[in-house]
Design a protein around this ligand. Sequence first.
Ligand code: PRP
Length: 207
Amino acid sequence: MEKLKLAISKGKILEQGLKVLKNSGIECKENPLISRKLIFNTSVPYIDVIVVRASDVPTYIESGKVDMGIVGRDTLLENKNDNHYRLLDLKIAKCKLVVAGKKGKKLKNNLKVATKYPNITKKFFHNKGIQCSVLKLYGSIELAAVLDMADVVVDLVETGKTLKENGLSQIEEIQKITSYLIVNKASFKLSNDKIKNVVEKIELGIR
Ligand code: PRP
């Protein structure tokens, strides 16, 4: 039997995504939060769960080797791959993408912006008519503003604790973010019955 593979982004999405799956009757046989395995059998014989880095989810889905994914809207906005459909807004891992910096920082030309999201950042400032240079970082983005390596950062804010504890504040909100259930376009056609089944389960699970 051909199994469906469902990728979940590591980090906050993984914890909350696993809860959604559990509530939907799709439970991993081993706990991905503890195990070092990469592929997990579940209580549903035709679904395997795969755990990958958030920014890699679109690549796996694009390849068709993985059928479905649970991934943040931030990752989808940043990634140009569009070989997928968005099936459900799971309303988990709620946060927002913001411009932040030291108090009083103004958004003006020749702005230096540090971020994990160069595409979103360039588009945002282009639409505002502000010239900027983008410095790509992979974590602890706020530090770039604290050390004046950049004027501002574009990053996710959940509770606001990281900004507060580092003396930074939100300058502008770019986008509200939640996580989505996505599916590879070909998988959606080829495994339509199974995928509809998964969607029905998850729809009940998030109610
Ligand atoms: C995320 C994000 C912020 C922080 C926001 O980082 O990039 O730094 O969480 O959360 P808060 O508003 O609740 O403080 P994460 O912990 O995923 O690590 P990273 O900095 O390595 O990306």
